[in-house]
Design a binder for this molecule. Structure first.
Ligand SMILES: CC(=O)SCCNC(=O)CCNC(=O)[C@H](O)C(C)(C)COP(=O)(O)OP(=O)(O)OC[C@H]1O[C@@H](n2cnc3c(N)ncnc32)[C@H](O)[C@@H]1OP(=O)(O)O
Ligand SMILES: CC(C)C(=O)C(=O)O
Length: 519
């Protein structure tokens, strides 16, 4: 009678939709239902048919199309709700009517104004009424975790006797803690005589951040169905997150002893779909589906991971539909991870080149939050494909201010190959013009700027800019390039690059008429 695995009951489309701001239209709900069916969810709770004509239509559409998963509709313990549910589920392959009624004293006295006897009668009547339409009836004593344990046991026994195949124990307001919730399930298993005639389910809310922990404690105590939602969305602080429940059971089968039938390779796709349709972003550090869940940035971790993945990875990212873990390069990364990335980009650097690239990478990573492949490429190009020994000048420092209505002024410091430092100050039409005029003062060259372009070389607001300048001096035209997060500084580097080429050429004479060359 009891299932060999944990049944996953997804309520993204019902309880998930109850979270403020997450309403979805029927087309979106159908798309999510299709994705849930690909995941091989056992039961999809598609909605609350009596709630509105739209909800009714949505449950009906999902019930008509979805095959391979049961489709459930929610109903209060009222005949009109149960009837609406039954009609909406008419075309379902495996319909389930999910009836609920509060049992806690607080709800009995203040919400329903009913005594214990009335609650039991109303619940069992609704179940018997539902059984006329459907064999698969689930019953939930709402606010079960705050119900007197003896009365809860009485209700559970009565609803099973009335024909409920699944009895769901909700922690409706997320009040439980794992030890206590596990003990509650254990006591029902021990004290309700007909308990094995039904599957015990749990439905936990996350008000104290314990929805997943409570659900798993219940599994350990004998629950065999878990109700949950994708990304943990749901009323208030949400429901237990399905991806966390499923991956915890899969990864720690050694501890729990039960798995699910979920095809976990669709988890990421489903999470992204729900996030994009509801507009609820998944926090980066969210377990399983957060952007950082399989990303390693720090050098010590990256080094261990590269030597043996298991040192820092307890799950295979491919199991949830990701290609692989991500080694994020940032200021905490080390040489081994950078080298691995550089090799994967097709470069093989000498030890000296690697030293230069690594130093420049660390400086860049201090300035930029994310270092992308294009950033690394720019650093390699700068450090490996430029021969510094041929340069006459190196840019040491730029100081320039900008104020509306005041002519910009810049002070530039260049170091020449003989080790001397040269400083000059100049004004210009704009800050870049002022910088270039100051540089001309130092070099003594008369240069005309023919073209100036800035292109974003990498992604993001803090992208590296690549500045290209075309400079004419004494009938010679050269192209200079500079790259950096600070585009003003990159503009200076580009101009110095052009100056060095002009000076090189003036020493070696014109280069076969091919005056314009990249660095
Ligand atoms: C814990 C949960 O998540 S339960 C599901 C919660 N989800 C929702 O409520 C979303 C959809 N709900 C709705 O659209 C509406 O609330 C409806 C259509 C169901 C009902 O709307 P209304 O008839 O206007 O009633 P309203 O919402 O104001 O109040 C709920 C009524 O249902 C009663 N009720 C609440 N739960 C139950 C129940 N399980 N069985 C029977 N009656 C119930 C309340 O006592 C109240 O009755 P009253 O009007 O006689 O005081
Ligand atoms: C209807 C029930 C299962 C519910 O959503 C809750 O108690 O939170």
């Amino acid at each position: 009678m009891q299932p060999e695995r944990i049944i996953i009951f997804d309520t993204t489309l019902r309880d998930g939709e109850q979270c403020p701001g997450a309403s979805m239209n029927n087309k979106e709900k159908l798309e999510i239902a299709r994705q849930l069916s690909l995941l091989k969810v056992d039961v999809i709770e598609a909605g609350f048919p009596v709630a509105s004509p739209g909800d009714f239509e949505s449950v009906k559409q999902i019930a008509s199309e979805i095959r391979g998963s049961s489709v459930a509709g929610l109903a209060r313990a009222l005949n009109k709700d149960v009837e609406a549910c039954a009609r909406a589920l008419e075309k379902a392959e495996s319909p389930r009517i999910h009836i609920f009624l509060s049992t806690s004293k607080l709800h009995r006295d203040h919400k329903l104004n009913m005594d214990k006897g009335q609650i039991i009668k109303m619940a069992t009547d609704a179940i018997e009424f539902g059984r006329k339409y459907c064999d698969d009836i689930e019953f939930s004593p709402e606010d079960a975790s705050r119900t007197e344990p003896d009365f809860l046991a009485e209700v559970v026994e009565a609803v099973i006797a009335a024909g409920a195949k699944t009895v769901n124990i909700p922690d409706t307001v997320g009040y439980s803690v794992p030890e206590q919730f596990g003990a509650l399930i254990h006591s029902l298993k021990e004290n309700v005589p007909n308990i094995d005639d039904a599957v015990i389910s749990v439905h936990c809310h996350n008000d104290l951040g314990m929805a997943v922990a409570n659900s798993l404690a219940a599994v350990k105590a004998g629950a065999r169905q878990v109700e949950c939602t994708i990304n943990g969305i749901g009323e208030r602080a949400g429901n237990a997150a399905m991806e966390e429940i499923v991956m915890a059971l899969k990864t720690r089968k050694d501890f729990f002893g039960y798995d699910t039938r979920i095809d976990t390779s669709h988890i990421i796709a489903c999470s992204r779909l729900v996030s994009s349709l509801t507009g609820f972003f998944v926090q980066r550090n969210k377990a399983i589906v957060g952007k950082n869940a399989f990303a390693h940035e720090s050098g010590v971790h990256q080094d261990g991971y590269l030597k043996k993945k298991d040192t820092y990875e307890i799950m295979d990212p491919r199991d949830i539909g990701l290609d692989s873990a991500e080694l994020v390069l940032g200021k905490h990364s080390g040489r081994n991870a950078l080298n691995k990335k550089i090799e994967s980009m097709g470069y093989k650097l000498t030890v000296e080149e690697m030293d230069r690239v690594f130093s420049e990478f660390k400086v860049l990573a201090d300035e930029k939050k994310d270092v992308y492949d294009e950033d690394i490429l720019a650093v390699i190009q700068k450090q490996v494909t430029t021969d510094d020994s041929l340069n006459t000048y190196v840019l040491e420092k730029i100081q320039c201010g900008f104020e509306t209505g005041v002519m910009p002024e810049a002070t530039v410091q260049l170091k020449s190959r003989d080790g001397q430092t040269h400083t000059a100050t100049a004004q210009g039409d704009g800050p870049i013009d002022a910088i270039y005029n100051a540089m001309d003062k130092i070099t003594g060259l008369t240069c005309k700027l023919l073209d100036y372009q800035v292109m974003s070389k990498t992604k993001g607001k803090d992208a590296q800019g690549e500045v290209s300048v075309r400079v004419l001096s004494e009938n010679r035209e050269v192209l200079g390039k500079g790259t950096g997060v600070n585009t003003v500084e990159a503009s200076g580097v580009a101009y110095v690059n052009a100056i060095n080429k002009l000076l090189l050429k003036s020493k070696s004479g014109p280069v076969d008429g091919n005056e314009i060359q990249g660095p």
